[in-house]
Write a protein that binds this ligand. Structure first.
Ligand SMILES: Nc1nc2c([nH]c(=O)n2[C@H]2C[C@H](O)[C@@H](COP(=O)(O)OP(=O)(O)OP(=O)(O)O)O2)c(=O)[nH]1
Ligand SMILES: [Mg+2]
Length: 307
């Protein structure tokens, strides 16, 4: 299948709204809203291409830009490799120079538009945090467990996975959820016997085994769904099933599993490059690894004792 190299730009106004553009009827995926941009021309670098595209489509002169992330998306008849740039500085007010409709939308408002399929993963990548805390999986009501949980409530953690290998009381989970809500933390359940309609959570986190049994997303679109995976095949399956993000592990060796072979940075990066949904690295991660992780294109790091 032909791979179409495409560059797109993220322009934000002072209200942090994002500029989207409507594809024209006669184009592939006509009528869908997208990030402005287009295909690379022969001999052009990615940066030259995005500067040219935004001049042609919006009439702006880009002065400063940084790569946000790259992703790959397969349509029925083509594969698109999308490089998404944050446009940090530009001249002129953007206009629909080619006659296309344009609109500024907040992240929440984006969901009211008929968006290209790549937009869902883009939205996840700008809304998910770069740290994902996983709770210890046993002794939940102990002082030690509650101590760790309470400490995270007052930290910069905004996404939390409640992990348990034994059944927990719903009243206990509700209590944790209330505490998370008060502290603007999203709570994902990785408990046994998930029903996917528990109201007291923001979503679910699936084990690999659970994911492999599913052919489609088991929960509503407005909930978050993460999946634990260990290689490219599993990660791609999770993406096809409809996961919002995956965790891959072990990226490095850990003290708890010293004999398990780790993926290593290179393979971890390969997985990130072949997915379009956000990827968190787990296993032997510490805060000092966050920068490298993001440079490799991952969303961030996950861990029980990483932070
Ligand atoms: N511009 C843009 N294209 C996207 C996005 N997501 C996505 O899959 N694509 C696909 C659709 C197209 O196959 C390709 C982009 O090409 P395009 O149609 O915008 O190309 P272009 O501006 O060079 O215009 P054209 O003259 O070739 O029609 O990438 C996106 O967010 N923005
Ligand atoms: Mg275009």
């Amino acid at each position: 299948m032909e791979i179409i190299k495409t560059v797109v730009g993220v322009l934000r106004n002072k209200n942090q709204e994002i500029l989207i553009s409507k594809r024209k009827k006669e184009q592939f995926m006509g009528g869908f809203w997208e990030l402005p941009g287009g295909k690379i021309e022969t001999g052009e670098s990615l940066k030259q291409a995005i500067i040219r595209e935004l001049k042609e489509e919006l009439g702006i002169q880009v002065n400063q830009l940084t790569l946000h992330k790259t992703m790959m998306h397969k349509y029925e008849d083509r594969a698109v490799q999308l490089s998404i740039y944050n446009i940090n500085e530009h001249q002129n007010t953007p206009l629909g120079i080619e006659g296309q409709a344009i609109s500024w939308a907040s992240v929440d408002e984006l969901n009211n538009y008929k968006l290209l399929p790549t937009m869902k993963a883009f939205i996840s990548s700008i809304t998910l945090p770069n740290k994902y805390w996983i709770t210890p999986s046993s002794n939940h009501q102990s002082d030690e467990w509650m101590g760790k949980f309470n400490q995270k409530l007052n930290s910069d953690i905004t996404l939390l996975q409640l992990r348990s290998k034994i059944e927990l009381d719903n009243s206990f989970i509700r209590e944790l959820n209330n505490k998370c809500k008060k502290n603007n933390i999203k709570l994902l359940l990785n408990t046994i016997n998930k029903t996917f309609n528990e109201p007291y959570c923001d979503g679910w986190h699936l084990t690999t085994t659970e994911m492999l049994k599913l052919s489609k997303r088991p929960c509503a679109d407005n909930k978050l769904l993460g999946v634990s995976t260990h290689n490219l095949t599993e990660a791609l399956k999770a993406q096809t099933m409809g996961a919002d993000f995956v965790v891959i592990s072990p990226v490095q060796t850990t003290k708890t599993h010293p004999d398990t072979i780790s993926l290593g940075w290179d393979i971890a990066k390969e997985i990130v490059d072949k997915l379009n949904i956000p990827v968190y690295f787990l296993g032997g991660m510490a805060l000092k690894d966050l920068e490298k992780t993001q440079q490799l294109g991952a969303q961030g790091i996950a861990g029980i004792s990483a932070f």
